[in-house]
Design a protein around this ligand. Structure first.
Ligand code: AMP
Length: 418
């Protein structure tokens, strides 16, 4: 695959930590106040630029989007109206987030980016595609729909990115992904990012990638390590008042509260509103426009508490989120890690508080066991490879000051229930 980032463009570059970036991207990075690459960016950008296929083990929150977006933007031929790269993502929210990040990174590069996702009318998306879009970010169902209608063509695609591949396969997108990849040229470059690499994801990589280079960031460090975790025992029926007390704490600027069902999420949102909190709720029964309204209210700081179910919170990136509360325990310990990873993103700190009622003790123990195993695995892994460079605190990310700069690490606390 041709790599359009020539030596000439590199020579007109400035640096982004250890990664050289050309002028337009450097300006965008400065505007976004990204002063240094995250570990996944350091690892993924050079091989992607070199035209290699990349298999990246990284979760949302590690900065992986810019890790693939920077090389994509660099390789776009802005003189052409053709779609030159396709990014497939599992959810509408992630689709909008990735599009937003790529648009910001490409703001001085003349690159046109479009999001195509289901649950909304086709008209606007078709109009955008008709005008000519260089980079398309889409959910597999809508991408197929647009392909079938002839509104989207992938014959000019040079790079395909499969983002959060494990989640895409979880929700049954494998056949659609395979059909979409068949519509792209065989000689394309492919990158796959996934938090986990189960067999079906590896199989997908084997079938569609050429000699991929594997890059990984330590998921423990990327999510859990930056987060202060507390397990708080509360008497039966007292979770609401315990949560209320935490939300009154001035350090709690923006909180995400997890509930297990849509009904419970609605009920809690109602109760918290009655207590005077600014609350929004996100669950599977909310329409697309309601979801978008919630996300924009969060960005505009109109909301202090978001109550959500697990499905609704998938792929959500809420800058400045200071606290995650597990009001109900998650179904699995893996979901616990996913939930708390909504805070402590890209080097920020965060607090995760799990309210433990009498019925939650068994679940708490399962989570502790799981975290202890992860720690063991993590320690073994970090002995066998150099540990990533420590990340400096990033400015400009959190919309609100983080008044909790030095949290106790969960290792120090050993997750003792308080
Ligand atoms: P991602 O994993 O791509 O969803 O990114 C997680 C968050 O980190 C997003 O809010 C990004 O805007 C932010 N981010 C990504 N790269 C950097 C960087 N190099 N410096 C500061 N923040 C970053």
């Amino acid at each position: 695959m041709t790599n359009l980032l020539t030596d000439d463009t590199i020579s007109a570059s400035s640096t982004f930590g250890s990664v050289a970036v050309e002028g337009a991207i450097a300006r965008a990075l400065a505007a976004m106040r990204y002063s240094e690459p995250t570990p996944i960016q350091e690892q993924a950008i050079p091989p992607l630029r070199a035209g290699r296929d990349v298999l990246g083990q990284a979760q949302t929150g590690t900065g992986k989007t810019a890790g693939f977006a920077i090389p994509l933007i660099e390789m776009v031929d802005t003189g052409s109206r053709k779609t030159q790269a396709i990014v497939l993502v599992p959810t509408r929210e992630l689709c909008l987030q990735v599009t937003n990040e790529m648009t910001r990174l490409g703001q001085y590069s003349g690159v046109r980016v479009a999001a195509v996702y289901g649950g909304v009318g086709l008209g606007r998306q078709i109009d955008a595609l008709t005008r000519g879009v260089h980079l398309v970010v889409g959910t597999p169902g809508r991408v197929e729909d647009l392909l079938q209608r002839g509104s989207l063509r992938l014959d000019g695609v040079r790079v395909a990115i499969l983002d959060e591949a494990d989640r895409m396969l979880d929700v049954g997108f494998l056949p659609a992904i395979e059909r979409i990849l068949k519509r792209t040229p065989h000689a394309r470059q492919t990158a796959l990012f996934s938090a986990t690499l189960p067999d079906d994801v590896r199989g997908l990589a084997q079938r569609h990638m050429r000699d991929p280079i594997t890059v990984a960031v330590d998921p423990e460090r990327a999510t859990v390590d930056e987060i202060e975790q507390r397990f708080e025992r509360v008497p039966d029926g007292d979770k609401l008042s315990a949560l209320h007390a935490h939300l009154e704490d001035p350090a709690c600027f923006l909180a995400l509260v997890f509930r297990r069902t849509t009904y419970k999420a609605d009920r809690l949102a109602r109760d918290l509103s009655r207590q005077g909190h600014h609350v929004a709720v996100l669950h599977g029964r909310r329409s697309q426009s309601q979801r978008e309204r919630v996300l924009s209210d969060l960005k505009a700081c109109k909301v202090q508490v978001l109550v959500a179910t697990d499905i609704a919170a998938r792929g959500l990136d809420i800058p400045g989120l200071t606290h995650v509360f597990n009001y109900d325990l998650p179904d699995t310990p893996e979901t616990y890690v996913h939930r708390i990873g909504r805070t402590g993103r890209a080097g920020e700190t965060g607090t995760a508080i799990t309210l433990i009622g009498p019925e939650d003790e068994a679940g708490r123990k399962a989570i502790e066991r799981y975290l202890a195993q992860r720690r063991l695995g993590h320690n073994a892994a970090s002995q066998s490879r150099p540990s990533p460079r420590p990340q400096k605190a990033r400015n400009g990310q959190a919309r609100r000051p983080n008044r909790n700069p030095a949290p106790l690490r969960h290792r120090d606390r050993q997750l003792n229930a308080s």
